[in-house]
Design a protein around this ligand. Structure first.
Ligand SMILES: [Zn+2]
Length: 65
């Protein structure tokens, strides 16, 4: 899965933080912000295949923080 770095212009959709799994909704042509929760700078576009992986990451992060 291709990673997107904050500051790049992306396709619209839901992106998940690679570190904490936080979901952010981005409109077509917007630039990705750094993660508002953990300041990580890489995201992956959420898909049917990876959404459970990132849901698990969110639960882990929320448990530990
Ligand atoms: Zn994050």
């Amino acid at each position: 899965m291709e990673k997107c770095t904050c500051g790049t212009t992306v396709q619209g959709g839901t992106y998940c933080c690679c570190n904490c799994g936080l979901q952010i909704d981005v409109k077509e042509g917007d630039t990705l912000p750094p993660c508002p929760r953990c300041t990580n700078q890489t995201f992956v576009k959420e898909t049917a295949e990876n959404q459970e992986t990132y849901a698990e990451k969110r639960r882990e992060y929320e448990k530990n923080n």
